[in-house]
Design a protein around this ligand. Structure first.
Ligand code: UDP
Length: 392
C-alpha cells in the first residue's frame, strides 16, 4: 500500500486543540503519515506546550520559532521557513487549521509549490475585512483543494464564492470531537474550581467566565475600556474570572486598566485546556470574543455573550445560545450579560456527529488512493512518452 505524507502546519492555541482530533485519526490510518510543523506563533508553555501534553499531540517535527512583529512580517517569515521545509519533506498534502497567520503562511507556501492544501474549518465568514482572521481564511480557502467545512452554513459561503462543490465536505466541527472526548472528565468538585471555592468563595454555577484576545478588542482602546467597564459592573452581581491572553495583558497594562480590573475581577494566567473546560462547563455565563469559546459555551449549554459586532458562528445566535454585545457601549454590554444570564437557546446540533476528524481522514485517504491509482494507470502512457522524448 502506498503511504501518503500529510504535513500539518500549526502555530496557535486553538490549532493545537483542533489538530489533536485530526492527528489522532491520521495516526490510526494505515495509509497516511503525518509531519508536524510548529511555526512558533504561540510559544509560551501555557499557550503551547501544555496543549501538546494534555491532548497527546505528538511533538512537532519542526519548530520555526517565529512570533511577534507585524502581521506581514510574521506571515512572511513563516512563508520562507515553511517553503524550505516543504522542499525537504515533499508532502502529498499540506493541512492547515482555522484563520491565523500560520494558516495563511502554510497554505500559501504549499500552493506556490503546487502541493494540494486541506483547510480544516473552511468557509467561516465574518464579512468584516478589517479582521486579520477574515483575510487569512478567505485567502486560504481560495488556494485549498480540500475545504473541510464545519457546518452547512460554512459550505454555503464557499459555494456562493464559487468554490468547486466537489472540493467541499461538510464534516462537522473538530472542536466538537475534542469536547466530546474530554469534556466528560471535568467535574465541578476538584481541580481549579475546588481551589477557587476554598480560596475565593467562587462556586460552580455562580460565576462569569470572560476571555478577550482579538485584535479588534485589544487594539481599540475605547472598545477595551467598554469591555473592562462592563465586566467591572457585572462583577457586582457575580464573580468574574478572566484568564488573560498575553496580548490582552499588554493592552490592558498600556491602557492603565489592569489594576482597576484586578480590583474587581479575578485575573488569572491563560489556562490549560482541561482547566478551561472545567471553568466553561460550570460557569453561569461566558463573555468572550473567542470563536472556540463561543462554541464550547454551547457544547456545555452555558449562555454566552460575544463581545464583538459580528460572529462567524451565527447559528448559535439564531438559536438563542449566544448574543452579540456590540462593544462601544459598556451599558449595552452589561445589559446583554444580564439578559443572557439564566437564558437557554433552542435545541440544535449544527456541528456534526463528533467524528469530524474521521470524516476528514476518510476523504483524504479515498482521494489520495484514487489519485495514486490514476497515476499508476497513466504510467505506461508516460513511459511511452518518455521513450519518445529520449529517442529524439
Ligand atoms: N482556551 C484555553 N485556555 C484559555 C483560553 C482558551 O485552553 O485560557 C481554549 C478554549 O477552551 C478553546 C480555545 O482555547 O478551545 C480557543 O482559542 P482562542 O480563544 O485562543 O482562539 P479562537 O477560538 O478565537 O480562534
Amino acid at each position: 500500500m502506498q503511504i501518503h505524507k500529510i504535513l500539518t502546519v500549526l502555530g496557535a492555541r486553538p490549532q493545537f486543540i483542533k489538530a489533536s482530533a485530526v492527528s489522532t485519526a491520521i495516526a490510526a490510518s494505515q495509509s497516511l503519515r503525518e509531519v508536524i510543523v510548529h511555526t512558533g506563533q504561540h510559544f509560551d508553555a501555557n499557550m503551547s506546550d501544555v496543549f501538546f501534553e494534555q491532548l497527546d499531540l505528538r511533538k512537532p517535527d519542526y519548530h520555526c520559532n517565529i512570533h511577534g512583529g507585524s502581521h506581514g512580517t510574521m506571515t512572511g517569515r513563516m512563508l520562507i521557513e515553511v517553503d524550505q521545509i516543504l522542499r525537504t519533506e515533499a508532502p502529498d498534502v499540506v493541512m492547515v487549521y482555522g484563520d491565523t497567520n500560520s494558516t495563511l503562511a502554510g497554505a500559501l507556501a504549499a500552493a506556490k509549490l503546487d502541493i494540494p492544501v486541506a483547510h480544516v474549518e473552511a468557509g467561516l465568514r465574518s464579512f468584516n475585512m478589517a479582521m486579520p482572521e477574515e483575510i487569512n481564511r478567505i485567502l486560504t480557502d481560495r488556494v485549498s483543494r480540500w475545504l473541510f467545512a464545519p457546518t452547512r452554513g460554512a459550505a454555503a459561503h464557499l459555494e456562493r464564492e464559487g468554490a468547486n462543490p466537489t472540493n467541499i465536505s461538510v464534516v462537522g466541527d473538530v472542536m466538537f470531537d475534542v469536547a466530546l472526548r474530554h469534556g466528560e472528565r471535568c467535574r465541578s468538585d476538584a481541580g481549579l474550581l475546588g481551589e477557587f471555592r476554598e480560596r475565593y468563595g467562587i462556586y460552580p454555577g455562580n460565576y462569569c467566565l470572560a476571555t478577550v484576545h482579538r485584535a479588534e478588542s485589544t487594539c481599540h482602546p475605547e472598545r477595551l475600556h467598554d469591555i473592562v467597564d462592563a465586566l467591572a459592573m457585572f462583577s457586582k452581581q457575580m464573580p468574574v474570572v478572566f484568564p488573560l491572553h498575553p496580548r490582552t495583558r499588554t493592552a490592558l497594562s498600556q491602557l492603565g486598566a489592569l489594576e482597576r480590573l484586578a480590583a474587581c475581577v479575578l485575573l488569572i494566567e491563560p489556562l490549560a485546556y482541561f482547566d478551561m473546560v472545567q471553568l466553561e462547563k460550570y460557569a453561569a455565563i461566558i463573555a468572550t470574543d473567542s470563536g472556540g469559546v463561543q462554541k464550547e459555551a454551547f457544547f456545555y449549554q452555558v449562555p454566552c455573550v460575544t463581545l464583538r459586532s459580528e460572529t462567524e458562528w451565527t447559528e448559535l445566535v439564531d438559536a438563542g445560545w449566544n448574543r452579540l454585545a456590540l462593544p462601544g457601549n459598556a451599558s449595552a454590554i452589561l445589559a446583554s450579560l444580564c439578559a443572557a444570564l439564566g437564558s437557554r437557546g433552542t435545541a440544535i446540533s449544527p456541528y456534526g456527529d463528533g467524528k469530524a476528524a474521521e470524516h476528514i481522514v476518510n476523504r483524504l485517504e479515498g482521494d489520495l488512493t484514487d489519485a495514486s491509482s490514476r497515476r499508476s494507470r497513466a504510467l505506461p502512457v508516460l513511459q511511452i512518452r518518455q521513450q519518445i522524448h529520449s529517442a529524439h
